[in-house]
Design a protein around this ligand. Sequence first.
Ligand code: AMP
Length: 249
Amino acid sequence: MKVLVPVKRVIDYNVKVRVKADQSGVDLANVKMSMNPFDEIAVEEAVRMKEAGTAEEVVAISMGPEQSQETLRTALAMGADRAIHVVHDGELEPLAVAKMLAKVVEEESPDIVFLGKQAIDDDANQTGQMLSGLLGWSQGTFVSKVEVADGGMKVTREVDGGLETVALKMPSILTVDLRLNEPRYASLPNIMKARKKEIAKKTPTDLGVDTTPRLNTIKVEEPPKRQGGIKVGSVSELVDKLHNDAGVI
Ligand code: AMP
């Protein structure tokens, strides 16, 4: 079985984002970038499948600027076998990413594509679902457990009311949630080994996909600053304030 794992280079989750002065977007100058945290979970699950003998090959793919290679090297150091870099400067919307992934899926014929449930920069939560639509493949979103058996999969999904278990036919698209696993840190020897692993380069043109954005960002704003808190003297004062001042009860 072959597993394809799309990994996105995003602003590190520990960084406090700054909005550009002209409100056209988020300032990325000199900001630490890392692999999207949900994609780390996806790589971890794919590598565990390989270690368990369920998967034979794990291929990581990233679409983005030259520096996305660092993200791919992280995936390789975690245990992916090889990587594909679709080199693209500038914005990429989920539909363009999904179209390019669909082309790579045609070339690579994986049995599972493991994506993050969402990228923490655009919070779109769209790419996996769009890819499933484009390919006509089964999909399991917000996945917190995966069991492969008899040419299919039993997948547990985190839904609002609790957990839902679905049976999926392969090939399939899975988007992973936080509780699926805890990703490993790459060891130094594995980071060194990853330097020698192959990263194939492609362009959107090679894949025949027009990446021109279809959406126009009108304005990006910071959330309103939080007001300072106050100390209340008693429960009845708290209830009074929640009722009369905040209007929440
Ligand atoms: P989104 O739909 O933008 O929230 O992204 C969901 C998932 O799609 C991410 O967690 C990644 O697995 C994948 N993805 C999105 N954009 C890219 C990209 N530029 N390169 C590789 N994978 C991506």
